[in-house]
Design a protein around this ligand. Sequence first.
Ligand code: ADP
Ligand code: NA
Length: 332
Amino acid sequence: VHTPRVFSGIKPSGGLTLGNYLGAIKRFVDMQGEMETIYCVVDMHAITVWQDPADLKHATRELAAAYLAAGIDPTRSTLFNQSQVAAHAELGWIFNCVARVGWMNRMTQFKDKAGKNREKVSLGLYAYPSLMAADILIYHATHVPVGEDQKQHVELTRDIAAKFNTDYGVPDFFPQPEPIIEGPATRVMNLRDGTKKMSKSGESDMERINMTDDADTIAKKIRKARTDPDPLPDTVKGLDDRPEARNLVEIYAALSDSTPDAVLGEFAGAQFGQFKPKLADLAVAKLEPISTRMADLMQDPAEIDRILTMGADKARAIADPILDRTYDIVGF
Ligand code: ADP
Ligand code: NA
């Protein structure tokens, strides 16, 4: 049996959205104290698509600042960036030799990201789920809080763990990590098109709320968010086939640590003209203190680097012995 341990990561690949906050960072904060928690800035995943080196360094510090500003406590959690702990890449290579090409071909996120460009994307983009399995399993992590879009990758991680354990005859060496996909905001949608996920890399800035947006920008984006002409229903059942309405209700619920049904209990019968200003006020009240703290932290990049270096030392202390045992098992 494996000791309960949480691992998750976020790519430093440009702005952070409300989707990253509600689907990931906020939940990472909530899990501190429940279990041992390890949170990573996965910079090696970011370079699966081109990153300007100076921008990458900035985005790494900014993501670390977002974690800290949102409430990740580096004395209670291990907070670091992936490239500083070489064991991720080393186990990642072993997993490239365990995972099957057919498994990678079934990854829907690769199909979406590569699109028609399949022959031109990096080999790293294709193999990225295998490195992600290494990120999790190098700590023998048992719980992985993620948004809905990452479920398939955590399932692949389980398959890689099982195949390694079977191939090498080491039952239970790697745990079977559980994806933790909970709460009302596991899939925050685009504000202009409720059928698409809110993402860093969308076409227009109006379709997402960035963690660093100021109060006026947040209010404007919510005011302009696409909705329908009907009033809010009294239960979530009434949100079926109303993806934009559902999204705004779920965002409200997540920001207020409530549930969609409780939000509708308060707003049933209200028009979006009444609901949107309340949502904007709530979003500003929750996000503005975080973005202010982020800006303060970014004034002192050396301090952020110091925290990440300390975190990498803590991470290596867990990862290196597990890598040593893995090397023994493999015959290295
Ligand atoms: P992105 O998808 O924005 O490029 P990452 O792939 O680094 O960001 O994802 C980091 C975390 O944020 C993952 O756990 C992912 O599931 C979560 N996440 C990203 N977008 C959303 C969203 N729109 N709703 C909920 N969670 C999300
Ligand atoms: Na993602």
